[in-house]
Design a protein around this ligand. Sequence first.
Ligand code: URA
Length: 253
Amino acid sequence: MAEQSAQLHQGVRLQKVLAATGWGSRRVCEELIAEGRVTVNGEVAILGRRVDADVDRVEVDGAPIGVRPGLVYYLLNKPAGVVTTAKDTHGRPTVVELVPSEPRVFSVGRLDADTEGLLLLTNDGDLANRIAHPSHGVEKEYLAEVSGGALSAGQLRQLRQGVELEDGITAPARVSQPEAGLLRLTLHEGRNRQVRRMCDAVGHPVTRLVRTRIGPLFDRSLVPGDWRELTAAERRLTIEAVAESARQYDSPS
Ligand code: URA
């Protein structure tokens, strides 16, 4: 009883905290709470709940949302030749050198040094783990230029249905060929060098690989080497995509 009363009087109102992270107006956030979709430290929150953004764990539809002050989310267009690891033994430039050095951020998942395109960098560990989850992370889209000319209908079907790699068969993927030797692939999995290995397996090695989308995040105007902060709406869409993906993959089939 005393605890509940404290929750109602200390901290910042939950709808205000949610609204500040991009979940919509305070009114919309009040509705989310009233619908029972918001938990604080694992308990369904009631209207009037206040939270301490530094210590309380807030989730919407089971997905943690970064409400701590100081969380940053950068969308970077990684150029080829830049490595995703924090330090490179060969002295190559790293992605963290392309964004502000404070607060310290890390990349969500990896792109090969030769791969170009979108990479998310953040200091929000919860969200990062969920996006990069190897089996139920959000879907990612790639454009791959391959050698050997046009793929046959059979080779495209193989890529879509699954190809045998040394670490197992790949999950179903969406694959199209907008022009001969150019593939658009949408994958849910995120195995090491997966697109390159899939294309190798059908006899068309990748000559250029660009990631064009991470879940709801894309930006055709971001030039290689440039970055920008996610908008509040993009943060919300990303959290929703992660929650939806986890629901899809965790539910028994
Ligand atoms: N697949 C690859 O082969 N490389 C990447 O960098 C990303 C996906």
